[in-house]
Design a protein around this ligand. Structure first.
Ligand code: R5P
Length: 285
């Protein structure tokens, strides 16, 4: 297998490659004088199984992933798997108001032009998969998160809202801990209010689990509530860490340990999901 990676997913791809002894193909990436992107894969991929890895977090990420997929396809490989560790733009998977674009549909259909199989990690909503006839696999971070907190004597796993409760429940089950979710009300595009009802967490080691940390507001409020209800230790584990405005450091100071999976690289992306993804690809080849 050959692995072709976007620049920003190189950490994830290197670990995939090391796990499977697959070859990580060198890629030439440069800009034309007018700023346009140029991509060239240096290996010959003809008749090879190829995994093309890249997030869709920013417009540049999306373009780079699509160019890499095309550059692979033009060489007539045996198969192409697109690995999208963080599938950005997945929030808009339907029309809420007339005239809107469905961003997740645009992206998944562009990827599907080339890839036979699409692998994501904890995508915002698997509803995006209805827009493609390709084989889609969404990796759960539950086992990896539970594994990284086995020694922390966790008694309660908390989801900051009901949307993350299924994940918290599954992590709780894996750790033989209870689970619950907080009642959150959105009061504006970037503001939320929590019902601060008495929570039964006094003296407990608590693990907060969420799919994504963007501004960090949700997780910081959750930590505050748990501490004010007497939690002994608060750990935070999220699948994707975007950490806008230096929020990682702020969160870290408020809790006992902060970690995310390695879908987006940061000082806190210590939970390894890249190897699980590679094992899956290796086994299903
Ligand atoms: C919300 O539904 C998500 O699961 C996250 O809790 C949210 O997107 C996190 O955003 P922020 O870090 O900006 O509060």
């Amino acid at each position: 297998m050959y692995i072709v990676s976007s620049q920003r997913s190189s950490d994830f791809s290197s670990k995939m490659s090391a796990r499977s002894m697959s070859h990580l193909s060198p890629v030439e990436k440069k800009r034309f004088p007018d700023g346009e992107l140029y991509i060239r894969i240096l290996d010959n991929l003809q008749d090879q199984d190829v995994a093309v890895v890249g997030n869709t977090r920013s417009e540049e990420d999306i373009l780079e992933l699509l160019f890499l997929l095309n550059a692979a396809k033009e060489q007539n490989p045996k198969s192409i798997t697109a690995v999208v560790p963080f599938f950005g733009y997945a929030r808009q998977h339907m029309i809420y108001r007339r005239g809107e674009a469905i961003s997740s549909k645009v992206i998944i259909q562009a990827i599907s032009q080339v890839a036979e199989r699409i692998i994501t990690v904890d995508i915002h909503d698997t509803a995006s998969f209805i827009f493609t006839d390709r084989n889609c696999i969404n990796f759960s971070p539950v086992e990896a998160i539970a594994k990284s907190h086995r020694k922390d004597s966790i008694s309660m796993v908390v989801a900051p809202d009901d949307g993350a409760f299924e994940k918290a429940k599954a992590v709780g089950k894996a750790l033989s801990a209870d689970s619950m979710y907080l009642v959150k009300t959105r009061t504006g595009p970037t503001t939320v209010e929590y019902d601060r009802e008495n929570l039964n967490v006094k003296g407990m080691n608590v693990l907060v689990v969420d799919d994504i940390i963007s501004t960090g507001g949700t997780v910081m409020k959750t930590i505050e509530i748990l501490k004010s209800n007497g939690a002994a230790k608060v750990f935070v584990a999220a699948t994707h860490g975007i950490f806008l405005n230096g929020s990682a450091e702020k969160i870290r100071k408020m809790c006992d340990r902060l970690s995310t999976t390695d879908t987006i690289v940061s000082d806190y992306s210590t939970i390894n999901i890249s190897m699980d993804v590679m094992d899956y690809i290796g086994e299903s080849k």
